[in-house]
Design a protein. Sequence first.
Length: 150
Amino acid sequence: METTTLIAWLARVGMLPAAAALIIGAVPARADETVDVTLADKGMQSMRVDLSTEQVKAGDVTFNVTNTSRTLAHEFVVARSDKPIGTLPYNEHEKEVEESALEVVNEIEDIEPGKSGTLTVKLEPGSYILLCNKAGHFKLGMVNHIAVTN
Ligand SMILES: [Cu+2]
């Protein structure tokens, strides 16, 4: 039986709640957002966080993260931040951004060379940064922005 026929029949026989449930079920739910992330480096010369998109809708966002490095493990940190990247508090001794000054949402700790990881987080609208905070990596370019919109 066609769904529309079934709905009409359920409504006719007085099973309106069941009909309503079918109608609601037929409306596609808003797809969750997915971002493909590539962590890349040329050894300790330069490093990048490349994203398949720079803007997503608020809600559940899944990051599919691949470390394309041949030699280095990287991490992937999601943090809320409205500050320009150059103004983030940096610890010269540890060679890392002060994570205590960041609103870290979640992270994938070690992704070995050639490996992948997945992280799903619920994000409110706002500005976020995606970075690797292993010693020296941030300063070598391992950071990017993503905007989360309503
Ligand atoms: Cu790194």
